[in-house]
Design a protein around this ligand. Sequence first.
Ligand code: FES
Length: 129
Amino acid sequence: MSLDQMEYILDHYKNPRNHGTLPEPDISHEEGNPSCGDVIRIDLKIMDNKVKETRFSGKGCAISQAAASILTEMIVDKDLDEIKAITKDDIINALGIRISPIRFKCATLALKVLKSGLYGIKDWPGEEE
Ligand code: FES
């Protein structure tokens, strides 16, 4: 992995974008990674079928927190249909580092929270172990 990409991840971990909670979210959803007990909550403000504002909170490893931060940047002002189409591979690609199978759930936890909150999707292709 390149040093730049590692710095990019660490920057998102140390200075997370859209971190916190929204006072009156339209959707607030929280889920955990059963293998470690870490939890992420995502709040969303929706207007005209788009995400107008989002915040995330919770605790987790650097990969999960960086992925959550990057994901929130990806979804602001995006149409809900576009968001529905975001895949796990999109998140892995956005992280830009090699993710070992054991860290895959860390990298995709925020996406799982987002999709469960927005669409009630618990499992989607690729979710199986
Ligand atoms: Fe818990 Fe990564 S170790 S989310």
